[in-house]
Design a protein around this ligand. Structure first.
Ligand code: 13P
Length: 287
C-alpha cells in the first residue's frame, strides 16, 4: 500500500498513524519492535538534525531492512525539511512522505516552493505535507509552560489554509491549534479542537497531521483523531525515555563495556513509549 492509501484508510476508519522520529539505530529498532508487537503500520521520520546525523540513504535502507525483518509496513517521512534541495534528494532516494516546512518564509515564497515540491513529489506518487502558520516549540524538555511558548503565535487560519491547499495541491496540512513541540515542565498543552473542526470542515479532502505529539494528554489526542487527524508526530517523549534509561543503566553498570548490552534496556524503554502511543492512536492490528 502507498503512503496515500494508508492515510486514506486511517481517515475512513478514524485512527492515526504514529510518525516517530529516529535519531539512532536504537530508536529505529524500538519503533520497529513496537509496531511488530502491535501489528501496526508505522511512519518513521527524520527532522533536519536527525537527517544529517543518520544520512538520508541510511534512513531509507534501514526502514527497508527493519520492514523485512519484522514483517511490518514502515513508511519514511522527511520531517520539517526547509529547503527544496533536501526535499528533492528525499524524493529521489525513495522517501514516502515529504513535509516541506516553509512556515518561516514569507507567504509567497512558501507557496511557490510548496507548489514546486508538490509537483515533483506527485510525479512519483508521494505524499506532501505543508505548513503555513509556524508550529512553535522544539523537541526538548522546556522549563516554563506551553502557554508561554505560544505567546505571539497564531493558529492556522481556515481561509488561508484553503487557499494554500488549493494552490499547492498538497495532501497533508501541518495545522497549528495549540500543539506545541516539546514537553513543558509546567504543562499547559491544550488543543483548540474548534480550530481543527473548522479546518476539517473547510478542507474535507485534506489530511491533517498533529505535530508536537509529546506531552498532550491522551484523551485530547483521541479527540483530535476523531476530528480528522491521521498522523501524529512524536519525538520528545522518545528522547526522554532514551536519555533517562541510558543514564540509569550507565550508573548501575559501571564496568559493562559491551554497548549492545547497555542499549538493550534503553531500546525496551523507548519501545514501551511507542507501544502506548500506538494504542492511543488506534492503529493496533491494522496491518
Ligand atoms: P514532539 O517533540 O512534541 O513530540 O513533536 C514532534 C514533532 O512534531 C516532529 O515533527
Amino acid at each position: 500500500m502507498t503512503a496515500w492509501e494508508w492515510l486514506q484508510k486511517a481517515k475512513e476508519e478514524k485512527w492515526a498513524l504514529g510518525a516517530f522520529n529516529v535519531g539512532s539505530i536504537e530508536t529505529f529498532k524500538a519503533i520497529a519492535q513496537a509496531a511488530s508487537k502491535k501489528r501496526s503500520p508505522v511512519i518513521i521520520e527524520v527532522s533536519p538534525g536527525e537527517t544529517s546525523w543518520l544520512g538520508m540513504k541510511n534512513v531509507v535502507d534501514l526502514a527497508h531492512n527493519f520492514s523485512l525483518m519484522y514483517e511490518i509496513p514502515i513508511l519514511v517521512n522527511l520531517d520539517h525539511a526547509e529547503s527544496f534541495v533536501d526535499c528533492q534528494q528525499a524524493i529521489d532516494l525513495g522517501f514516502d512522505l515529504i513535509h516541506f516546512d516553509g512556515s518561516n518564509l514569507p507567504y509567497e515564497e512558501n507557496l511557490q516552493l510548496a507548489q514546486k515540491i508538490t509537483e515533483l513529489a506527485h510525479q512519483k506518487g508521494l505524499v506532501v505535507e505543508v505548513e503555513m502558520d509556524h508550529i512553535v516549540g522544539s523537541s526538548e524538555v522546556h522549563s516554563g509552560s506551553a502557554q508561554e511558548e505560544m505567546k505571539g503565535s497564531k493558529f492556522t487560519d481556515p481561509g488561508k489554509a484553503r487557499e494554500f491547499i488549493e494552490l499547492t495541491g498538497a495532501d497533508v496540512l501541518a495545522a497549528f491549534f495549540g500543539n506545541v513541540h516539546g514537553v513543558f515542565e509546567e504543562g499547559g498543552e491544550n488543543l483548540h479542537l474548534a480550530v481543527l473542526e473548522s479546518l476539517a470542515g473547510i478542507l474535507p479532502k485534506t489530511f491533517f497531521s498533529l505535530h508536537g505529539g509529546s506531552g498532550i494528554p491522551d484523551e485530547q489526542v483521541k479527540d483530535a483523531i476523531a476530528r480528522g487527524v491521521i498522523k501524529v508526530n512524536v519525538n520528545t517523549e522518545i528522547r526522554q525515555a532514551f536519555r533517562h534509561k541510558l543514564e540509569e543503566v550507565l550508573k548501575n553498570n559501571p564496568s559493562e563495556y559491551a554497548i549492545y548490552k547497555l542499549e538493550g534496556p534503553v531500546v525496551a524503554e523507548v519501545q514501551k513509549v511507542v507501544e502506548h502511543k500506538i494504542e492511543v492512536f488506534g492503529s493496533v492490528n491494522k496491518i
